[in-house]
Ligand binder design. Structure first.
Ligand code: ADP
Ligand code: MG
Length: 581
């Protein structure tokens, strides 16, 4: 049984597998590799996922949820058409869809997955991801940090000479910077630094705000729907200026038209604060790895937001050299996890690859400061320690006849525990004694999935508590879990064909509305051609027509955004077993 790797992204998700001695991206029946991480509920109460959901969301934003990866591990609730969903349920729906696509693609049942997560995901976010997989009926024994996946994908670039690479993965919601040393078959991650809330969506927001300033609009006074429309327009223009000098941003408000010309220059000014944060992140990664920028032999770009010329400019300035774009940044992570599935399954041709991963943040406990006024952080595991790792320390009581020792566990880099993130606490009774006479042995065990377990033992009583650090709400009872899984399964899903049908028609109709002239005529012809095939009821004809029509529609959509059509984007070479590279 195959194990597939999934890049469960904030914006887009992809899956890959190790097959016939190479990595193979998984595509759906229509040849798409990408499943947008979007879920919607349509008018008939059907759950839609991916492109179909994205189309629904353009018309009915209130029936659609996206960007939920940003809220994994929180108690946020999404309300769609009167139904409630948690972020992990929405992720489970996306994972279910990917499972289905992969099963059709590989022609076998998929029960196990490896999922990539941002290095900066904390325990709660990792548990939420695991839970999402389980809700989708998938066993997820292993999670891999996204930068590590990128490192694996990058490995093929450096088999000969030793390289110190910096991988800059800039997606829709997160930035991960990692330093990877590669030599022959050894891939060693030496440092990771990241920002959990810095991505393309923040750039969209910065552009939207600049638009409001220029047009004297009060952003905060806009309705949710108006904000969403403005952000979408900002995103459209941001993406358009990847391939052209400028784009005109247009927005209607109360019947009045507002506009702004967006250029890379303007985007840089609008998002100065974000670029400053990026610089800090890069500097921290370099510092932790003990390197200077000139020691980096290669800078690799991953993630959709790395396509922005502004990002390339920024990195070129920072590293004082020209950068070349290699591969396709959007697929980089997925390719890496695909390779990882091969390693995990101990495929012979990959057996000699050694990969080490590191802990992305420091972990410690709150201890009393010397003055007894201010508590301080005692670091148990420092960031960038190699995984897995275990550290054990002895702590004594701070007061006479203290009965309980409480261990509060934090994640973060600050001296002041209150400035770090508290991830849990444990308590243990100790025999009453003079201050400093009794104590506990505290052990932190950090596993390869980036999950932390803390145990506390008292030597006199031999009493022990051991806790996996995760907020209470994730600890569903068996019954609760079963109920939620059942609920998800009981929802109405469209069959693969129905969903394709709906996506194609919705996309075609929207593009028909958005265009004029010859383009519009050709869309009309595509719709007719597709309807004819659909009416023929021949599955083969429907599939063939669907594939052709969708490819054409997506190409038209890209042209509308002034996208350069990427050769190979929809080619079927993967199916023929041809490798991409
Ligand atoms: P994630 O890993 O978070 O799912 P991706 O790596 O797929 O994200 O990147 C999605 C982000 O990339 C979005 O914010 C999107 O706007 C941005 N993006 C995609 N294409 C372009 C482009 N041509 N120019 C600028 N940004 C782009
Ligand atoms: Mg990503």
């Amino acid at each position: 049984m195959a194990v597939i790797g999934i890049d469960l992204g904030t914006t887009n998700s992809l899956a890959a597998v190790w097959k016939d001695e190479k990595v193979c991206l998984i595509s759906d029946a229509l040849g798409n590799f990408i499943v947008p991480s979007v879920v919607a509920v349509d008018m008939d109460e059907n759950i839609l996922v991916g492109y179909a959901a994205r189309e629904e969301g353009i018309l009915h934003p209130e029936r659609c949820a996206s960007n939920f990866k940003r809220f994994m591990g929180t108690t946020k609730i999404y309300r769609l058409a009167g139904r409630e969903f948690t972020p992990e349920e929405l992720s489970a729906i996306v994972l279910k869809k990917i499972k289905e696509i992969a099963e059709a693609f590989l022609n076998e049942e998929i029960t196990e997955v490896i999922i990539s997560v941002p290095a900066y995901f904390n325990n709660d976010q990792r548990y939420a991801t695991k839970l999402a997989a389980e809700l989708a009926g998938l066993y997820c024994e292993r999670m891999i940090n996204e930068p590590s996946a990128a490192a694996l994908a990058a490995r093929c670039e450096c088999r000969k000479e030793e390289q110190s690479m910096l991988v800059f993965d800039f997606g829709g919601g997160t930035l991960d910077v990692s330093i990877v040393d590669c030599f022959e078959n050894i891939v060693e991650i030496t440092a990771i630094a990241g920002e959990n809330h810095l991505g393309g969506a923040d750039i969209d927001e910065a552009v939207a705000l600049a638009f409001c300033v220029e047009n004297e609009i009060d952003f905060s006074a806009l309705t949710e729907k108006e904000k969403a429309e403005l952000l979408l327009e900002a995103k459209r223009c941001k993406e358009a200026i990847t391939f052209q000098e400028e784009a005109e941003m247009i927005f209607f408000l109360s019947g009045q038209q507002y506009s702004m010309i967006l250029t890379t220059e303007k985007l840089l000014t609008a998002s100065q604060a974000l670029f400053r944060k990026m610089k800090q992140t890069v500097s921290r990664a370099l510092k932790d790895a003990g390197l200077r920028s000139e020691d980096i032999t290669k800078v690799l770009l991953a993630g959709g937001s790395s396509r922005m010329p502004a990002v390339k400019l920024f990195l070129e300035r920072l590293f004082e050299r020209e950068l070349t774009n290699e591969g396709r940044p959007d697929f980089f992570i997925a390719e890496g996890i695909g390779i990882y599935t091969g390693i995990k399954e101990r495929k012979e041709e990959l057996q000699d690859i050694l990969m080490t991963d590191v802990c992305p943040f420091s972990l410690g406990i709150r201890t009393a400061g010397a003055s007894d006024e201010h508590d301080k952080m005692y670091m148990m595991i420092e960031r960038n320690n190699i995984l897995p790792c275990r550290v054990s320390e002895y702590f004594t009581t701070a007061r006479d006849f203290q009965e309980i020792i409480r261990i509060e566990v934090y994640q973060g880099e600050s001296y002041d525990p209150d400035k770090n993130l508290k991830i849990g606490e444990l308590e243990l009774e100790v025999p009453k004694a003079k201050k400093g006479k009794e104590g506990v042995q505290v052990t932190f065990t950090y596993n390869i999935n980036g999950l932390l377990e803390v145990s506390v033992v008292n030597n006199s009583t031999k009493k022990q508590v051991k806790v996996e650090m995760v907020s209470g709400y994730h600890q569903l009872s068996k019954e609760q879990f079963a109920a939620r899984k059942e609920q998800l399964e009981a929802m109405q899903y469209l069959s693969g064909e129905e969903e394709e049908h709906k996506t194609i028609l919705a996309l075609a109709e929207r593009l028909f509305e958005e265009t004029v002239g010859r383009t519009r005529q050709s869309i009309g012809i595509l719709i007719e051609y597709y309807n004819c095939a659909w009416n023929s009821k021949s599955p083969i004809r429907i599939r063939q027509a669907g594939r052709e029509v969708l490819q054409n529609l997506l190409a038209i959509e890209m042209q509308l955004k002034q996208f350069v059509f990427e050769p190979g984007m929809f080619e079927e070479q993967f199916e023929d077993g041809e490798d991409e590279k």
